[in-house]
Design a protein around this ligand. Sequence first.
Ligand SMILES: Cc1cc2nc3c(=O)[nH]c(=O)nc-3n(C[C@H](O)[C@H](O)[C@H](O)COP(=O)(O)O)c2cc1C
Length: 182
Amino acid sequence: MSQISTLRTGLIFGTDTGNTEEMGGKISAVLATYGCEVSMHNIADAVPEIFESYEFLILGIPTWDFGGIQSEWEDFEQQLQTLDLKGTTVALYGLGDQFGYADYFVDAMGWLNERILKTGARVIGAWSTEGYDFEASEAANKDKTLFCGLALDEDQQFDLSDDRINAWVEQLVVELEEARAA
Ligand SMILES: Cc1cc2nc3c(=O)[nH]c(=O)nc-3n(C[C@H](O)[C@H](O)[C@H](O)COP(=O)(O)O)c2cc1C
């Protein structure tokens, strides 16, 4: 059993049509195979204390309306600014449609990353852009080689999501253990 099994772990998602919740369930199921029990919360019902009660947090957000922020995450923006997540490790995942919205692919994940970094949290789980076809993304670095978290596309590449989730969770486990050993 890995060290990750001892971490208090929460997953907070926002969703309009259910995809981000469904992917959160899959991520939690894979983490369970490492002995890590995940509590899931909808951001619509979240309060800052929920964020602050976990050692490891996974945050999921879809992008809507040309780079827009999912509405309940957007409603939580002021409270995000009050969070103190020093000592918390955070990993992000974002849902989007790379062909339908190629200039705004998973933009909202970049928005969330920017705000989470300001809370003092350590963000892990950067993910390669290889295998995606998009023009621009607020969630990607300057040279478009890495997203700040896992990008999932249930509209155009739903058949790749399970493999991506398996590989990403494996990467998270390694990154968490490296950090603990350091
Ligand atoms: C009207 C509309 C606007 C969208 N805008 C974007 C966008 O700007 N960028 C993007 O990557 N995906 C966009 N999408 C795709 C959604 O993010 C995608 O369908 C996602 O899986 C929805 O997640 P949810 O079911 O958790 O709400 C849009 C979808 C629709 C229908």
